[in-house]
Unconditional design. Structure first.
Length: 235
């Protein structure tokens, strides 16, 4: 696997059995979570390691542009980012196949989130940049094998659609910030569904990804109130 994926998995599994850190509590308080939601976060913290096989103590690194042999065929490593730090897709020119994993999905957009470990991160810019880059590295005539839904053709059109969709969401979000809002107040600008407690963490992370992207573009500023809650407004 790629280096950042390996390190990230080791980090997540190392949290098993730990209490939720104060940084995480401050992060979700700043997002506007109520006490009940924060208590749920504390109770669930460290659960990742309980749901995965133990990580190996060593690994073989995959890097952008590597060619790896699987059976009779050579596969080129094409790295994306945003959804996860260093997502390795595999492209086979001879078979005209792209194993896209979670980097390119046919019906939904992969979750792109900010997490307490990097509260000022800008994964959405990484995501948009890597989608545009994949279009230059992989031709349009491949059959794409995604991690969710069915295999599909039309890679370039799908990449364009994903990029346009997020840019439209950023435009809607910016328009809504004429009045200051917390990150939990902008769900309606980004999601077509009602956000319940079961997806509150993912929705908050994705909202922050869009807000941090707009801040990186100089279009939005954030100001904390006396309780440490961040309020975002158009610059």
């Amino acid at each position: 696997m790629s280096r950042l994926e390996y390190i990230s998995c080791r980090m997540l599994t190392a949290e098993t059995g730990r209490e939720a850190p104060d940084d995480g509590v401050r992060f979700y308080n700043a997002a506007g979570w109520d006490e009940e939601s924060i208590e749920t976060y504390k109770a669930r913290f460290g659960g990742f390691g309980k749901g995965v096989h133990a990580m190996p103590d060593s690994y073989r690194r995959l890097s952008e542009g590597d060619d790896i042999q699987i059976g009779d065929y050579s596969w080129r490593v094409v790295v994306g980012s945003g959804h996860s730090p260093e997502h390795a897709c595999l492209y086979n020119e001879q078979l005209k196949l792209l194993i896209s994993g979670d980097q390119v999905l046919p019906k939904i957009s992969s979750n792109v989130s900010v997490f307490p470990t990097e509260p000022d991160g800008d994964p959405l810019t990484d995501w948009l940049t890597s989608l545009a880059r994949i279009k230059t590295l992989v031709p349009d005539d491949v059959l794409v094998l995604p991690a969710h839904n069915e295999p599909f053709h039309g890679l370039h059109a799908r990449l364009d659609h994903l990029i346009r969709g997020h840019e439209r969401a950023l435009t809607r979000l910016l328009s809504s910030l004429a009045v200051p809002k917390r990150s939990i107040d902008v769900f309606g600008s980004l999601f077509a569904r009602k956000i319940g407690p079961e997806v509150l963490g993912m929705a908050t992370g994705e909202s922050l990804a869009h807000l941090n992207c707009l801040m990186g573009r100089g279009l939005v500023v954030a100001e904390p109130d006396e309780q440490g809650v961040l309020w975002y407004r158009a610059a």
